[in-house]
Each structure stands twice: as structure tokens, then as C-alpha cells.
Design a protein around this ligand. Sequence first.
Ligand code: ZN
Length: 145
Amino acid sequence: MKIEDELYKQIIMEHYKSPKHKETMENPDKQQEGVNRSCGDEITLYLKLDGDIIKKASFDGVGCSISQASASILTNVITGKKISEAKNIIEKFKKMLLRGEEPEFAEEESDIEALEGVKRYPIRLKCALLSWNTLEQMLDEDNKN
Ligand code: ZN
């Protein structure tokens, strides 16, 4: 195993064991549930908005280490970002996992790269993507209104 892989594994385990932003939010501006039946992962995402800025993001749920770590990384990265920036990050995440591209992530987004190895395990892709798809769905609903 490469040193890089080992490091990435540690980042994932850290997010899993002590997730950031894992809490139910009182009176969120947005709330959305996501389920990955193939693994039994469940997640609820919460957002507090200030105009088009994500003032606060949190999640709650149960599931495997990949799904929970991914949600922790996601909520951590999008806090303080504009909605348009969050959408851009989702797009980069999907390019990385689904198309094998190597998009540039900003310094504060670098934990995302720890999930890159998941692309080698198609069965785990849904675990990693769950919270990101849930967020995308949540943000896309704005366009319909
Ligand atoms: Zn899972």
C-alpha cells in the first residue's frame, strides 16, 4: 500500500470517528434526507443560509465509515461557501469519482481527495456520493421555485 493511501485512510477514519458538524439542526432553512439502500446508509443534511451563503451545514445519520466520513468532509467544506461554490465542488467531486479526472481542490478542500480511492470500489461509490447527491438535490430544488 502506498503511503498516500494510508494517509487517506487515516483522514477518512478520523472523520468517521469524530465527525465534524454531526448534529441535528434546529430550524434549518433546508433539510433533506438521503438513503443508500445497497449499503443501509441514511443521512439527513441541514443548511442554514444567509442569502446565497451557506452559514452553517450539519448532518445526522447512520451508515458505513465511507458514507459518514464523506458527509463530515462535505459539511466541513461547504460551510461559509456560496451556493454556487458548493455546486462547483459537488461537480468536481463527481468528476473525480465518476470520470477519473483529477480536478484541483483548494487547500481547505483537500480532505475531499482522501475519498478518491473509492473510485476503485464501484460498490462503495454510492456510499461516498450519498451526501453529495443529497446536497445537490437540495440545492437544485431552488431552481424549480
Ligand atoms: Zn455505505
